[in-house]
Design a protein around this ligand. Structure first.
Ligand code: SF4
Length: 476
C-alpha cells in the first residue's frame, strides 16, 4: 500500500503494540482511511516523509471500544502473518466492528475473508512447526548440561504462538528455538521462557547423535500407505526438509514400502479411517472423499456417510454422536427430532444454527434391525476411534473457537474414554485436539426423559451452549 503523505503510525510487530496504537486512534476518532499503520520491519517512513496527525474528531471518537472476543482471538493470530498490510487491515476491521457488530460472521465481506485466510495460513504454518521442528543436542566441556537447540524458518512470525506447545511437550528439557527474527529459550527449573533476537542459520549446531535417534523413531512410525510424494511436497515444502534428519533414510523406507503397505492395510483395514482421509483438509475435499470410507464396518448397513454442515469457519462446532435414522436417509446431521430440540435451544439463545458447524463423532448410522424399524445403537470405543480422523480433519478445516460435544460419544472422541459426562459437563476444558471444548447432554436424552428430568436436561444443554457462545465471543 502506498498512501504518499498519509499520517503514518509505526507499529512494533506485536499484538500488544498494535492494540495500544489502535486504541489511541479510536479515541481520537481517526478513521482507517486517514492513517497508514506501518510495521517497523517494513517502514521506510524516514525516506518518504509523512503527514501530521489529523485533528481529533469528537463525533467519531470511541472512548470505550466494544470489541467481540472473537475479533481479538482472530487478530492475535493474524498479527503473526508476515503480510505488511496486516496492521492496517486489523485496524480497518476493528473500526468497522464498532458499527457492524456481526461483521465477523459475514464470510463474504472482503476484509473478513482476508483475515480468515491469513488466520488459516498462520495456523497451517504453526501446525508445520509443531510437526517438523527438530531439536539437536549440544553440550560443551564448560557446560556439560544437555541443551537442545533448533533452528527453524517459519513462513510467519509464529514463535510466540508455538512456544507453549514445546514448553508442554518438552517441559523437563532445556531448549532453545532459533528463528531468523527471534529466539526463545526454555528453562525447566523456573519453567520460564527468555526471549532473544533472531540468529542466522549458520549458528545452529551441527548434526549429532540425536539425529540418529530421530531417524530410528521415524522409521518405526513411517506409514508407507500414506506416502504420496506430491502431497508430501505440498504439506512439507522442500525447504523444510533440511530440518528433517529422517528424510535421509527416505530412500530405504521407500524401497520397503510396498510390502509394508500390505501388512499395514491388513492391520488397519477394520480399525481406522486414517487411510481414507485426504491430506487436504478442506471441507469440499473431505466431503467428496468420505463416501469411500471403509474405516470400520459401520458403512456396510448404513445408507450413506453423513458429513458435517454449516459455516466453513464457524466459531462454534457442535459434535453429536452419530447420524440417526432420518439423518442416514437425508445425509445431513441433526435433521430428526433431536435436531429440533437443538434448534429450539439455539433459537432461545438468540443464535442461528447456520452460524455454526454441526457434525457427528461417527459418520455412519449404527443400528439393529427390528422388523421394519432400525433401532439406534451407540457406537463403541473402537468405532469412535476409527472415525476420529474425519472429525479431526473437520476440526482442522473449520478451526472453531469452541467445540461443543453433544453426548458421551463425542466427549469420548475428543476428551478421552474416561470423560465423565454428568460430572464434567458444562466446563471449558482443553483437549489434545481442540483448545476449548465443552461437553453437554445429547438432545436425544431430553426426548427420552420424562417428568421433571426432561426440563433439567434441557436446561443443562441451554446453559452449556450459552457458555460456549460466550467463550466464542458471540454473547454478552
Ligand atoms: S463410521 Fe467413520 S470410520 Fe466407519 S466407515 Fe463410516 S466414516 Fe469410515
Amino acid at each position: 500500500m502506498s498512501l504518499g503523505l498519509a499520517y503514518r503510525v509505526r507499529i512494533e510487530p506485536s499484538f500488544s503494540a498494535w492494540r495500544e496504537e489502535a486504541r489511541l486512534l479510536l479515541r481520537q476518532g481517526i478513521a482507517p482511511d486517514q492513517v497508514e499503520l506501518v510495521s517497523t520491519e517494513q517502514d521506510h517512513a524516514m525516506t518518504f516523509g509523512f503527514a501530521p496527525a489529523p485533528a481529533p474528531d469528537p463525533a467519531l471518537a470511541i472512548q470505550k471500544p466494544s470489541v467481540p472476543k472473537a475479533f481479538f482471538e482472530l487478530a492475535e493470530i493474524v498479527c503473526c502473518h508476515k503480510d505488511p498490510d496486516r496492521w492496517q487491515l486489523l485496524y480497518r476491521v476493528l473500526w468497522r466492528v464498532q458499527h457492524e457488530r456481526s461483521l465477523l460472521l459475514n464470510e463474504l465481506d472482503e476484509d473478513v475473508a482476508r483475515m480468515r485466510r491469513m488466520d488459516q495460513q498462520v495456523r497451517r504454518d504453526l501446525h508445520k512447526m509443531h510437526a517438523f521442528l527438530r531439536f539437536r543436542m549440544v553440550s560443551t566441556p564448560e557446560d556439560p548440561e544437555e541443551h537442545y537447540i533448533s533452528w527453524y524458518r517459519p513462513d510467519h512470525r509464529i514463535l510466540e504462538l508455538a512456544v507453549p506447545f514445546f514448553a508442554e511437550r518438552f517441559a523437563v528439557m532445556q531448549w532453545t528455538i532459533l528463528t531468523d527474527y527471534a529466539s526463545a529459550s526454555w528453562d525447566p527449573q523456573s519453567r520460564a521462557v527468555t526471549w532473544g533476537p533472531g540468529v542466522p542459520r549458520s549458528e545452529a549446531p551441527p548434526e549429532d547423535e540425536l539425529e540418529g535417534m530421530w531417524r530410528s523413531y521415524y522409521s518405526s512410525i513411517f506409514n508407507p500407505a500414506r506416502l504420496n510424494t506430491r502431497a508430501m511436497k505440498a504439506e512439507m515444502p522442500v525447504r523444510y526438509w533440511a530440518n528433517l534428519p529422517e528424510l535421509n533414510i527416505l530412500p530405504q523406507l521407500l524401497a520397503g514400502a510396498e510390502s509394508r503397505v500390505g501388512v499395514m492395510m491388513q492391520q488397519q483395514s477394520s480399525l481406522s479411517a486414517n487411510t481414507y482421509v485426504p491430506n487436504d483438509h478442506t471441507l469440499p475435499v473431505l466431503r467428496d472423499a468420505i463416501p469411500r470410507c471403509e474405516g470400520c464396518e459401520l458403512y456396510k448397513p448404513a445408507t450413506q456417510a453423513v458429513f458435517g454442515v454449516g459455516l466453513a469457519h464457524a466459531p462454534i462446532m457442535l459434535v453429536g454422536e452419530q447420524p440417526g435414522d432420518m439423518e442416514d436417509v437425508e445425509g445431513k446431521p441433526f435433521v430428526g427430532p433431536a435436531g429440533k430440540v437443538l434448534d429450539q435451544i439455539i433459537a432461545e439463545l438468540g443464535f442461528d444454527r447456520d452460524t455454526m458447524y454441526v457434525t457427528n463423532a461417527v459418520k455412519h448410522f449404527k443400528f439393529v434391525q427390528r422388523g421394519k424399524r432400525r433401532i439406534h445403537e451407540s457406537p463403541n470405543l473402537k468405532e469412535i476411534g476409527a472415525c476420529r480422523p474425519w472429525l479431526l480433519a473437520e476440526l482442522d478445516a473449520v478451526q472453531p473457537q469452541v467445540v461443543v460435544c453433544l453426548g458421551a460419544s463425542a466427549a469420548k472422541s475428543l476428551l478421552g474414554a474416561k470423560f465423565a459426562l454428568m460430572k464434567d459437563r458444562g466446563k471449558i476444558v482443553e483437549s489434545p485436539y481442540a483448545p476449548r471444548v465443552v461437553a453437554t447432554i445429547h438432545p436425544s436424552a431430553v426426548l427420552r426423559a420424562e417428568g421433571e428430568t426432561k426440563q433439567v436436561l434441557y436446561n443443562y444443554i441451554r446453559q452449556d451452549l450459552a457458555l460456549a457462545a460466550q467463550t466464542a465471543g458471540l454473547a454478552g
